[in-house]
Design a protein around this ligand. Structure first.
Ligand SMILES: [Cu+2]
Length: 502
């Protein structure tokens, strides 16, 4: 196996301090965090994948009911527990669900709302948390691995949604060492913050499409992670939209639909294209962009979201599908990324009611500027064979994650320039908690390019060999995580702790 990192100068140093390295030994995989591969799983996997039926009517995600007794308040309870999904006839699939549903219920709240969500962890003997991905919540309410909720325990997450925070966020577990597994077993949901002054016409609707992927063994169970999954991140056999495989949606000719696409997979890169319909980008992770931008293709890396207006002007079938994207795959078993149909839309011959046009301006975004500090984060993979097996590490600045170590100290309210350098052989989507950032530059092979528009992001893909420069400002003090959003990589060390001080 040829790897750029294999003989990197830093390797000896890292291997000399094995406790700092997330380590994997081929001959003792059962001791790895998140690794559970029994002989039963192995047999099930070789018997071929169970695929879900296609073509059912697209279901909207169930809405989490607001139990608050007063206005400007969102109050509810989320219970994480084991559930049985009857995914195909005669087969029962043990999953993890929020309030019995996977994906979890959709949370809709408004800018200015106070949010109080009681989390009941009823997962059998496993700690968990709820992380509010992308949201500007206080550090101690953000479900970090340092704040686990023990099995059987409850806690309340409370925070305020500031003005200007409307956007397409999501929630998922973030417990130390168990995030990847709890997510691929079913725990993730969307959290949409709305603005009362939304410029996108209400006639377009507003629908969340949660993209997840699933792997089912012949007996209907979800098998544990393999060595390949740990290296590349887990990629399932089928990509689902709101839990359905290639569901169908009926629209009238001339309709416009507002669709919020979420890549909630552990590790699958989705290069998306709409055939037979025109996509216009209106928003990113952290809400609306300044003006609509037409797009033929969109790369959505794990953790990212995109907000689209799709115009259905041609009668017949329109399909949302995937194109090939090489994100750097290690070893055999590279998934067939291209040619998946995720959603089929029936566009009627008869035109529907006329739809108002999309405004040419959506909202202003003040550019972040004049960073007071610059930082450089180098992402690297290391891999080595030794007497006891293969060791693999996913590192940031030569270090694997250590919850007790503070890697970066920042000051609240100060703009910083972060340079994320990917010296690895795989793409790594970079995510930071607690704030939204602005990407200002990409550099690859000495070529510098600017992003096509200003946008608020909390997750950005850093392709192998690429450097991404971004400006970011944390407003609230406390400890924040930054990490690769391939959840297996995060679990194997590619995460750091940022301490924001007042
Ligand atoms: Cu990664």
């Amino acid at each position: 196996m040829h790897r750029r990192g294999f003989l990197a100068a830093g390797l000896a140093t890292v291997l000399a301090s094995p406790r700092a390295l997330a380590q994997m030994k081929m001959d003792d995989m059962s001791t790895m965090p998140g690794m559970e591969m029994s002989g039963h799983d192995m047999n099930a996997m070789t018997q071929g994948a169970i695929m879900l039926p296609e073509g059912e009517a697209l279901r909207a995600l169930p809405l989490l009911a607001n139990e608050a007794a007063r206005p400007s308040m969102f109050k509810a309870k989320l219970t994480a527990e084991a559930a049985i999904a009857r995914i195909t006839e005669g087969l029962e699939t043990p999953i993890l669900a929020y309030n019995g549903s996977s994906p979890g219920p959709l949370i809709e709240a408004f800018e200015g709302d106070r949010v109080e969500i009681t989390f009941a962890n009823r997962i059998n003997s496993e700690a968990s948390t709820i992380h509010w991905h992308g949201m500007p919540v206080p550090a101690d309410q953000d479900g970090n691995p340092m704040d686990p909720v023990a099995a059987g325990a409850d806690r309340v997450y409370a925070f305020d949604l500031p003005e200007g925070s409307a956007g397409s966020y999501w929630y998922h577990p973030h417990p130390h060492g168990r995030t990847a597994e709890q997510v691929y077993r079913g725990l993730a949901g969307a959290f949409v913050v709305k603005s009362k002054a939304d410029p996108v016409p209400a006639e377009y609707g507003d629908m969340v499409l949660m993209l997840t992927d699933l792997r089912l063994a012949a007996d209907g169970s979800i098998p544990g992670n393999t060595m390949t999954d740990l290296m590349n991140g887990r990629v399932g056999d089928q990509v689902l939209v709101n839990g359905q495989r290639n569901p169908r949606l009926a629209v009238a000719k001339g309709d416009r639909r507002r669709l919020r696409l979420y890549n909630a997979t552990n590790a699958r890169f989705l290069k998306l294209a709409f055939e037979g319909a025109a996509m216009t980008i209106v928003g990113t992770d952290g809400g609306l962009i300044e003006a609509p931008v037409a797009a033929d293709e969109i790369l959505l890396s794990p953790g990212e979201r995109i907000e689209l207006v799709v115009a259905f002007d041609s009668p017949g079938l329109a399909t949302l599908g995937t194109l090939d994207y090489d994100r750097g795959w290690m070893g055999a078993g590279r998934p067939a990324d291209a040619g998946l149909t995720l959603l089929t839309v029936d566009v009627s011959e008869t035109p529907g009611a006329a739809m108002p046009p999309l405004p040419t301006r959506l909202r202003p975004i003040a550019p972040l500027s004049a960073p007071a500090v610059s930082r450089r984060l180098i992402f690297a993979e290391i891999m080595a064979m030794n007497a006891t097996g293969m060791e693999m590490g996913f590192l940031i600045n030569g270090k694997a994650f250590d919850m007790a170590r503070i890697d970066i100290v920042s000051r609240a309210g100060e703009t910083e320039l972060w340079e994320i350098v990917n010296q690895a052989d795989m793409d790594h989507p970079f995510h930071v908690h607690g704030t939204q950032f602005q990407v200002i530059e990409h550099e690859r092979d000495g070529k510098v390019s600017k992003p096509p528009f200003v946008a608020w992001k909390d997750t950005v893909n850093v392709a192998r060999g690429e450097t991404v420069r971004l400006l970011l400002r944390q407003e609230q003090p406390g400890r924040r995580m930054y990490h690769c959003h391939i959840l297996e990589h995060e679990q194997l060390g590619m995460m750091g702790v940022l301490d924001v001080r007042a």
